[in-house]
Ligand binder design. Structure first.
Ligand code: AMP
Ligand code: ZN
Length: 466
């Protein structure tokens, strides 16, 4: 039975979805104003593990993951370069998905962009205006927090007096608000050349929080199962999402809230503003594999902080290599006709331990320990007597099962058929003839990642598996 910590109740709860066998889930995605750093990716990789474990547990998952493609930073940078916000965000959106795929994350079912959902946001704001939960001031529209008595239920922040501090991300707009806590739903856009949209309440652009409320409800309904994001989003972002959504519908917005802890570096939060960050690409350029980066990011349970170090990354590199070698070893193992109940028992125990660990608030560290224990035991058997055919199959099936959730063994070399390899080599040759060396290098790296080594000889290209 899956149990996890619900921020809303501050307790570990049994998970019971609204519709049996189905999960509707929203995870806050990136702001596409720059490359995402590996801190961001810790949150997203956890989201991926969460999604995959729900599927592993038999649920049909509808996962919505938004892209915030409008905010102050995007507007400023686009204006400075004299291009539209779409032109500015397009490459970052592309880089984001490239990194996302490279980290072995499964694409969510719906990946909405804020700028494509302005009409839904306007509708929601209109509803809030109608029922007295929003008001106009100086041309902008604000949420009236005093009209929503449950405000603060998620973050458990006590609001006595007019508190505006407590978070870097609190809305500190210096407009005329009834209460300092009130936040903008719609910001007046005065100048014609600033990006803006027409609304019944005037030309403007949406506040950050309304985006997620509008997109979550459009694709998941007024009430859905799980809402997740990094722990900094608890307040004010998620608190405001609840106020907007429940203020508009009078119904519970999300039943479970999951917040993952930060990636730190030298015990300081990794962030763009502090300048202490590495992007995924920085680490790839330094020669670290995507699998090792993924392994490191998921190795610590999501509610514990993870301190990034290069020693830790190096250790992850050795670990994923050991795991991949182990899979190869199982495949090539000497086959022994005798019976071996020990390996069969070890496989069953590992699968059980893995499930117990993941059911226990997604304890990835304990789940990995189950995998490593199995590897250790099976290695001894393989070295001593070889494997029975049935155990060989059981081990390979167990590895594949673990990997549907963890994704740390990576694609199986054998999955890349000889014909696929030959096709890629042919494509590389053609890229080289066209002097498209970026593409030819990319293909070589792609093959190397799969353990295929190329050798350029006089007779042409030869290849072998590592
Ligand atoms: P942003 O692109 O700034 O909207 O952030 C995207 C996601 O990354 C949010 O869910 C943040 O909570 C998360 N995030 C930002 N910094 C870190 C960090 N150092 N470690 C883990 N998650 C982070
Ligand atoms: Zn959000």
């Amino acid at each position: 039975m899956l149990r996890f910590f619900n921020t809303l109740s501050r307790t570990v709860e049994e998970f019971r979805p609204i519709d049996e066998g189905k999960v509707r889930m929203y995870i806050c995605g990136p702001t596409v104003w720059n490359f995402a750093h590996v801190g961001n990716f810790r949150t997203f990789v956890f989201g991926d593990v969460l999604r995959r474990y729900l599927k592993y547990s038999g649920y049909e998952v509808t996962h919505v993951f938004n892209l915030t493609d409008i905010d102050d930073r995007i507007i400023k940078e686009a204006a400075q370069r004299g291009i539209s916000i779409d032109e500015f965000t397009a490459p970052y959106i592309q880089y984001f998905w490239e990194d996302f795929d490279a980290l072995g994350m499964e694409r969510p079912e719906v990946t909405p962009r804020a700028t494509h959902h302005i009409a839904e946001m306007i509708d929601m704001i209109a509803k809030l205006m109608e029922n007295g939960k929003a008001y106009e001031s100086d041309g902008s529209i604000y949420y009236r927090i005093t009209a929503f008595p449950d405000y603060g239920n998620l973050s458990k922040i006590k609001f006595e007096g007019n508190i505006t501090g407590g978070s870097e991300r609190i809305d500190t707009d210096k407009y005329d608000k009834e209460d300092a806590r009130d936040f903008a739903l719609w910001k007046l856009v005065g100048l014609d050349d600033e990006p803006g949209w027409d609304a019944p309440f005037g030309r403007g652009r949406p506040g950050w929080h309304i985006e997620c409320s509008a997109m979550a409800m459009k694709y998941l309904g007024e009430t859905f199962d799980i809402h997740a994001g990094g722990q900094d989003l608890q307040f004010p972002h998620h608190e405001n999402e609840i106020a907007q959504s429940e203020g508009a519908t009078g119904k519970q917005f999300s039943r479970y809230w999951i917040h993952s802890e930060f990636l730190k570096i030298d015990d300081v939060t990794m962030s763009k503003s502090k300048g202490n960050f590495f992007t995924f690409r920085d680490l790839r350029e330094q020669g670290y594999s995507a699998l090792a980066i993924r392994y490191l990011l998921l190795s610590v349970p999501y509610r514990r902080q993870l301190n990034f170090t290069f020693e830790g990354l190096q250790a992850s590199e050795s670990t994923v290599e050991r795991l991949r070698n182990f899979r190869g070893l199982v495949k090539d193992a000497r086959i022994n006709e005798g019976s071996d109940a020990q390996t069969a028992d070890a496989v069953a125990a590992a699968i059980e331990k893995f499930k117990v660990a993941m059911d226990d608030d997604f304890n990835t560290a304990a789940a990995l320990a189950a995998v490593h224990d199995l590897v250790r035991e099976a290695n001894i058997t393989i070295a001593a007597d070889g494997l029975q055919p049935a155990d060989q199959t059981a081990l390979l099936v167990a590895i594949a099962q673990f990997d549907t959730v963890l994704g740390i063994f990576g694609p199986d070399d054998a999955e890349l058929l000889d014909a696929d390899i030959e096709k890629l080599i042919e494509e590389r040759q053609s890229a080289r003839r066209d002097r498209d060396f970026a593409r030819s290098d990319e293909i070589r790296d792609q093959l190397a990642d799969q353990g295929i080594i190329l050798e350029d000889t006089k007779e042409g290209v030869r290849w072998k598996r590592r």
